[in-house]
Design a protein around this ligand. Sequence first.
Ligand code: UD1
Ligand code: MG
Length: 452
Amino acid sequence: MLSVAILAAGKGTRMKSSIPKVLHKISGKTLLQRVIDSCIELNPDKIFVITGHKSKEVQESVLDNKKIHFVIQDPQLGTGHAIQVLCKEVKKNEGKLLVLNGDVPLIKPNTLKKLLNLHDSKNADISLITTKKINPYGYGRVFLKGDFIERIVEEKDCNTQERLHLLINAGVYCFNWKNLAKIIRSLQSKNKQKEVYLTDTVSLLKTSLSLELEDNGELQGINNRIQLSKCEEIIQNSIKEKHMLNGVTLINKASCSISEEAEIGRDVIIEANTHIRGSTKILSNCIIGPNTFIENSNVGVNCAISNSTVYDSQIMDHIKIGPYSHIRPKSKISSYVKIGNFVEIKNSQLDEESKVNHLSYIGDSIIGKFTNIGAGTITANFDGQKKHQTKIGKNSSIGANTVFVAPINLGESVTTGAGSVITKDSKDNSLVISRTKQVNIENWGRKKPRSN
Ligand code: UD1
Ligand code: MG
């Protein structure tokens, strides 16, 4: 039987934040959810998440899973105290208990499996992951005696000599739960921080084993924003390397970010300052960026999107967007469409080969095939209370500066006069024009300014 306990009750004082530490995010996912996801693959019987500081917020952040049980630790008197509370709350302390710090988010399922295998093979009381850090500052230093761990000394309790010791505790433990439960109450808080340390269990249990691993970034703990950004960099580097090996060019790697879920096809070029977020999928031969943000959207083949923002939309094939356009949620842009400078599209469908090239707002609209929307065209879709639809049929030619006061339904092959304010529907093949006629008054002559 395997149970997991994730320690997530602490405040995270060193983050200097009103958000609980485990709810800070790296590459879009909270530290806590990352730790949960890493242990789900082990198929544990139960996962106990120990919460305390802002416990409601922390509990609500966790994605639903039947195996997860929350245990409240209040007050929070240290990592050892968290496990004391757990042992008391759960009546049957049996099997293996894998304890994971909620602030060590990059741990991989395979590494956890290695720890469990070592633990089983040696029938240990406690096995924990250690690594040598060039800069061990902030971590508990692990001292061995022969094959066993003798003691762990926390940063604040180290003397000068101990502080130089490089082998550290990664915050990932496997316990024989029954044996742990026997000694857990004996933990004390006689240390500089006056906390009950879980690490003190190594001296109370008989067989304490260390699984020493290379420091490959996976064991990075997060106590402050510098370490948060270090983890972000570690994840981003591995995501970007994966895409580059799959045939994606990153022009200025450091200035871009890509979500873990994103899929990017071959021969896509990602220019500088470009951010691909959420479940975005980009097919082959596109040029994305520079300065572009795409979230939860699909982009087809051969598209070029520059200096623009795209949210929750479908961009088909051979489309040019930008510079400086904003495609807002629920837009469907069909193949060979061109969206030019300073154009905002929202909840609209643009059919094949239509064009909106300059300075327009198209909201809640359907624009037919081959239709050209002139510069400065606006769909006035909001009457102060409700949004209304604008429908412009195929092959239409919309004059510059046309305003459509929705709801409007223009037919096909309709032309609107530049500067028109359209308030009525029209039939196919019409010329629709609504503006005051130009009057030229000849010999009008400006009066000369009066001189004193
Ligand atoms: C801890 C270890 C240290 C190790 C390091 C690895 C102890 C005493 N020290 O130090 O040896 O090198 O992690 O990253 O365990 N938490 C609770 N309840 C509490 C206190 C903390 O649930 O009462 C949770 C925190 O939310 C956090 C985790 O336990 O997720 C670790 O706590 P933290 O204060 O960050 O410990 P470290 O100082 O990093
Ligand atoms: Mg920590």
